[in-house]
Write a protein that binds this ligand. Structure first.
Ligand code: HEC
Length: 101
């Protein structure tokens, strides 16, 4: 269900979702947070046999869903909104979209 919330993406006015649209530092920050916070469940390369969500295949047009699921949690996944800053979750999005596939 779409939340209907428009999230302003200041740095990325384009419609394309390729790696080039994310600043390298942001992707790097996301990779570091991912390795620390997400990899234990989602695997080092965004694929884990234990978790039903394959982040390497997360739909690029569903950023709002990513932000919402990560912030509020989903089923077995705990919420990260109290742990990570919104800018850190943005970096995770950049990493998941640009990162190792
Ligand atoms: C404690 C284990 C655990 C950790 C740590 C964890 N996740 Fe998850 N994650 C899950 C599980 C389990 C699911 C599947 C939820 C479902 O769909 O039932 C999931 C699903 C997801 C989804 C898909 C949500 C959707 O809308 O389908 C995303 C995106 C995601 N995780 C991102 C992250 C990110 C980013 C981090 C690091 C901040 C993270 N996860 C850390 C267990 C974890």
């Amino acid at each position: 269900m779409a939340a209907g919330i428009a999230i302003a993406v200041l740095a990325a006015p384009s419609h394309g979702q390729d790696a080039g649209q994310f600043p390298e530092e942001q992707v790097k920050q996301g990779a570091a947070i991912y390795a620390r916070t997400c990899a234990p469940c989602h695997g080092t390369r965004m694929r884990s046999p234990e978790v039903p969500a394959d982040l390497g295949k997360f739909p690029p047009d569903q950023k709002n869903r990513f932000i919402t699921s990560v912030t509020n949690g989903k089923n077995q996944m705990p919420p990260w909104g109290g742990v990570l800053q919104p800018s850190e979750i943005e970096s995770l999005w950049a990493y998941v979209m640009a990162g190792e596939k």
